[in-house]
Ligand binder design. Structure first.
Ligand SMILES: *Cc1c(COP(=O)(O)O)cnc(C)c1O
Length: 441
């Protein structure tokens, strides 16, 4: 008979061989090293030939006409917003549960962020909480395929088209994921994403924008790539000589005042990583589905993964989240649940995922431009600031989700041990509940 006593109370641990190697990422081989060394030895870190190849290959993989590589994901998203016409006094709709870099850049463009609630089962933007937020100054809807789970894009695109608003996909969590058979990042008007070291497509500090729209492409280049717009447009400073609506009138100096060029050591690694990405992601997909298959039907625990036959997939399962349903296990607080699972032999397990952004003071009182008024309203926007209680699902997420182990190798014995840790705690919640209130007062 196995010991059902929880490890937190001195029982045997469920995870006896944690096998840290299967969490290692990214996978770097001599091919990556040789490609990066080539760039360093030729002194071409700031050149663009390798980057141009990487962009061409990435665009082809995504099924898009254009790709532009960036020094990081934050800048690719800022530039995508500007290219979609986001400016002073405008609004961008964004889900409240995401990393800050999905939307904080809007403030530096003088725009406000109108946060939407999220879906309790997918953690992605709730498609039914978008349309009523669209106003005369709404320029873009930022959707985030959060923690690898593709957003429900069909209703989102329908609302956007009806109101003539652009959809920007933040693909930082979901490179290679499919929505109903289509690659995420190829569905909205433009997509931008991080490729930094912690992400599932990991090549250093890097980002990339993809689109089919030649105007968006031209504007992104004009905004932050002075070296790609031609020779400086000198001697054309008389009004009437230039067309200020044509971004190419400003050749040689970036319109954003930004320098967005990617270090070519990253582009070189990116080209190698791209070659192997589909097969490596397929392995992650097998491993993570194995983990969740073992937890199917366990009370208190649920995955955000889509149905197997839906054509929707989780890409590299970046920071995969587990949903917590305390009502199914006697109301056990999430912190106690996580503590008990961690004690079963995991290094850590913390409650919560990204915190709800709409409650952060930057979106309420920050005065970035020194105007004596919060930037969220300083450019004459409607006041779309939202305090506690306004986005109930997003505000419940710290109590309703946590990050699960992110397996990079499909190792059945190890994965079974980790799944057993979650199952054991969920099925023995009564042990924790019995002792929970003891000793106080
Ligand atoms: C990581 C991340 C970004 C920012 O990318 P950087 O490369 O770190 O600048 C943007 N959006 C989301 C959702 C992210 O997770």
């Amino acid at each position: 008979m196995s010991d059902r006593r929880l490890a937190i109370f001195g029982g045997d641990k469920a995870v006896t061989e944690p096998n840290p190697d299967i969490f290692k990422w990214p996978i770097v081989t001599q091919e990556d090293e040789a490609a990066v060394l080539d760039v360093i030895r030729s002194g071409s870190m700031s050149d663009t030939a390798v980057t141009a190849e990487f962009e061409k290959e990435f665009a082809a993989w995504m099924g898009r006409t254009f790709a532009v590589a960036y020094c990081n994901g934050t800048e690719s998203l800022r530039s995508a917003m500007w290219a979609c016409g986001v400016g002073a006094g405008d609004e961008v709709i964004c889900p409240s549960i995401t990393y800050w870099a999905s939307c904080t850049q809007a403030l530096t463009l003088g725009a406000a962020v109108n946060f939407a609630d999220v879906d309790a089962d997918t953690l992605c933007i709730d498609p039914s909480d978008i349309e009523h937020r669209i106003g005369p100054r709404t320029k873009a809807i930022m959707v985030v395929h959060v923690y690898g789970r593709p957003c429900d894009m069909d209703p989102i695109m329908a609302v956007a088209e009806k109101h003539n608003v652009k959809v920007i996909e933040d693909v930082s969590h979901a490179h290679g994921a499919l929505y109903k058979g289509r690659m995420v990042g190829s569905i909205g008007h433009v997509a931008a994403m991080s490729l930094m070291s912690g992400k599932s497509f990991a090549i250093g500090e890097a980002g990339i924008m993809v689109t089919n729209d030649p105007e968006v492409h031209k504007r992104c280049v004009a905004y932050g790539f002075y070296e790609r717009t031609g020779n400086p447009s000198l001697g054309r400073v008389t009004p009437g000589d230039i067309d200020i609506g044509d971004v190419q009138s400003f050749a040689g100096i970036p319109l954003g005042g930004y320098k967005h060029r990617l270090n070519q050591t990253c582009s070189a690694m990116g080209r190698v990583q791209l070659k192997y990405y589909p097969e490596r992601v397929a392995e992650i997909d097998r491993a993570m589905n194995r983990f969740w298959d073992l937890l199917e039907g366990v009370p208190g625990i649920k995955s955000t993964r889509p149905a197997r036959d839906s054509g929707t997939t989780m890409g590299g399962w970046y920071c995969s989240a587990g949903l917590y349903r305390p009502q199914e296990i006697g109301g056990l607080p999430i912190a106690r649940f996580c503590e008990a699972v961690a004690a079963e032999g995991m290094s850590t397990l913390s409650p919560g995922v990204n915190f709800p952004l709409h409650l952060h003071p930057i979106f309420h009182v920050a005065d970035i431009f020194g105007q004596g008024a919060p930037t969220m309203v300083a450019f004459g926007q409607r006041d779309v600031r939202q305090g506690p209680g306004t986005l109930p699902v997003a505000e419940s997420i710290p109590e309703r989700a946590y990050f699960v182990p992110w397996f990079k190798q499909d190792c059945p014995e190890t994965i079974a041990q980790y799944a057993a840790a979650f199952r054991k705690v969920a099925e023995s919640a009564d042990q924790l509940l019995e002792r929970e209130p003891a000793g106080v007062g």
